[in-house]
Design a protein. Structure first.
Length: 269
């Protein structure tokens, strides 16, 4: 760790702190995700190894760049060094716009959509650095808190970065293989997860639909006080319309992403 100078803590994740650091050789600002694997059971440690291996294999301008991992055995700590996105995350932007009662500009929403499609395409269909095929990677926890902005002026061109593959899964064939466990944010849980069917790459598209909806409406498409009620609403699939200021194209796009699961479910029921 002597390569880096420690700066302030910017948050705490599930297994430890996230802090800004400065690389001494060139003063580049990065983030260090600290994970105390003493707190982890065997399954979580395996998932951590998967996450680090996933991050190491993913190289894409719209995926948070992974630099290195440092293992501090005597303190049971693993450090993951990643790129720092100075614009913060979409959750903070949505909160700000909700508080100021100001809608997010449509052109920004299309920028976010197009870049997350590219990031998910890389996850689901990308190949290894040497061009050899690799199994699909499902993010499984796409939500505003996991999407970061490279700079914080939403009107200038913004680089959007998909982050935090803490719940990501590797599956060999998205059409056949399924990842069999409940994960991610209940708000964005897709219908097939609700029906205890399996999770697959189309579920990341469902979550993307929920995220784009939330950028327009400044709240998630399905909300309820309990998971059971939430599941009921998601299965009913009834969604309030987004504000009239947005175009028909954007409205249709969101409907098709939130609808893809219904079409999908018809085939698999
Ligand atoms: C949930 N959010 C509303 C919390 C506030 C969000 N803003 S913040 O955290 O202070 C903030 C402000 C400015 C820039 C950045 N940049 C940033 N943050 C990361 O993770 C944030 C962390 C993730 C786990 C939970 C705690 C927050 C990165 N990971 C890889 N690169 C990253 N770059 C973050």
């Amino acid at each position: 760790m002597d390569k880096y100078e420690l700066l302030e803590v910017i948050g705490s994740g599930s297994f430890g702190m996230i802090r800004k650091i400065k690389r001494k050789k060139d003063n580049k600002i990065l983030v260090r995700k600290e994970i105390d694997f003493r707190k982890m059971n065997e399954k979580e440690r395996k998932q951590l190894v998967t996450e680090v291996n996933i991050l190491r294999d993913l190289h894409h301008p719209n995926i948070v760049k992974y630099y290195e991992r440092i293992i501090d055995k005597e303190n049971y700590l693993i450090y993951i060094i990643m790129e720092y996105c100075e614009g913060g995350d979409l959750a903070a932007l949505i909160q700000k716009c909700r508080k100021e009662k100001s809608l997010i500009p449509e052109r920004f929403i299309w920028l976010v959509f197009s870049q997350l499609v590219l990031a998910l395409h890389e996850c689901h269909y990308g190949t290894k650095a040497d061009g050899s095929p690799r199994p699909a990677i499902l993010h499984r926890d796409l939500k505003p808190d996991n999407v970061f902005l490279s700079n914080n002026v939403i009107n200038s061109y913004t680089h959007v970065k998909l982050g935090d593959f803490g719940l990501a899964r590797i599956i060999n064939d998205p059409e056949k293989d399924f990842a069999q466990t409940y994960v991610g944010t209940p708000y964005y849980m897709s219908p097939e997860l609700i029906n205890e069917q399996a999770y697959n790459n189309k579920s990341d598209i469902w979550s993307l639909g929920c995220l784009i909806y939330e950028l327009c409406a400044l709240e998630p498409p399905f909300q309820a006080r309990t998971q059971i009620l939430l599941a009921k609403k998601i299965k009913e699939g009834k969604v309030l319309d987004i504000p009239k200021e947005y175009s028909q194209d954007l409205r249709q796009l969101i409907k098709s992403m939130l609808n893809v699961m219904v079409i999908y479910n018809i085939f698999i029921i």
